[in-house]
Design a protein around this ligand. Structure first.
Ligand SMILES: [Zn+2]
Length: 316
């Protein structure tokens, strides 16, 4: 969907930020073994749990919970549009030796079940990270045809991230029961950071008069649900592709009418068109993170903080 569309963002997006956590746990020098809660379980004593994940947000959550006891590899290469990704056999070879496979679900990785079957790895713990969350239905007929009935972007939501981290925690415990306390503690820490960020921004957004913003890729429906906001996306209104002159004129009108001051641009959206649009309506262009790929080497929480802060600022 929409990678290439222009993004115009109206006014608000929110992303609270908490502090970091997670990720970066590649304890290089390694194996000074995990001290305390020593595990003798998982495969080889203090070996890390091998986890194969589909895309960047899943890596972030897995590392937040598993820290130095997981070794994560990401199937969808950074910079690849994840929605239309179709894995080749070589992309999935890691699944035959992985202990845990983490995917987000809600149709994001329609190939996940097949991949698990093809891996033929009876020790593999498959984790559908969104399990238990309430999906948002897609309403656009073309979108449903192309990507299924649900909006997949559950991870761009602090509430969704909680569910995903908890499901990942449970999967890691299955693979390495001796580290259960460690994974639980890390997950609790991560969740409390998510919640504190949520509280901070919930207060701010409740008080905001303006509750809507414009973005290129309609990736923020769950974030909007968290905070009672509304996203208007260029891709919904104008479908995919570079806009024609006529469509661009329509966008310009839309922005002027709605007093759009900020146009949010995602990683895989055409910045040139967005800039053109922004110039024409006197708006500024701001980056927003979808956490579908590595972006600026920032953690999940750093990116959500940035998103929430930018969205909030755009509302006023
Ligand atoms: Zn997306």
């Amino acid at each position: 969907m929409s990678k290439k569309i222009v993004a115009l963002l109206l006014s608000l997006l929110i992303v609270p930020a908490l502090s970091a956590c997670g990720s970066t746990n590649n304890s290089t020098a390694g194996s000074s073994t995990s001290s305390s809660i020593a595990s003798q379980t998982s495969t080889a004593g203090s070996e890390k749990v091998k986890v194969s994940v589909t895309f960047d947000a899943m890596k972030e959550f897995t590392e937040a919970v598993g820290k130095d006891r997981v070794e994560v590899s990401t199937i969808i290469p950074d910079g690849t549009e994840p929605h239309d990704f179709e894995p080749k056999a070589q992309d999935l070879t890691g699944l035959s030796s992985a202990q845990v496979f983490v995917y987000s679900g809600f149709g994001m990785e329609s190939w996940a079940d097949q991949a698990v079957k093809a891996a033929n790895n009876k020790n593999l713990v498959a984790v559908e990270a969104s399990k238990g969350a309430t999906p948002i239905q897609n309403t656009d007929a073309d979108e449903i045809k192309e990507h299924g009935q649900y909006d997949p972007h559950i991870w761009i939501s602090l509430k969704g991230a909680e569910t995903e981290a908890e499901n990942i925690r449970d999967g890691l415990i299955k693979a390495d029961p001796a580290s259960a306390d460690y994974f639980k503690q890390n997950c609790d820490d991560f969740v409390s950071q998510l919640e504190s960020l949520y509280s901070e921004y919930n207060t701010k957004f409740q008080a905001a008069q303006n509750k809507s913003f414009v973005t290129g890729h309609a990736a923020f429906a769950y974030l909007c649900r968290d905070f009672g906001l509304e996203q208007n996306s260029v891709e919904d209104v104008f479908a995919e592709g570079e806009p024609s002159a006529q469509k661009l004129a329509g966008l310009v009108d839309y922005c002027k009418k709605n007093n759009v001051k900020t146009i949010f641009v995602e990683d895989m959206v055409s910045p040139a068109v967005s800039q053109t649009l922004a110039d024409q309506v006197g708006a500024k262009v701001e980056q927003i993170y979808t956490i579908e790929s590595n972006e600026d080497d920032k953690t999940y929480l750093d990116r959500m903080k940035s998103n929430l802060s930018e969205i909030y600022d755009s509302l006023s």
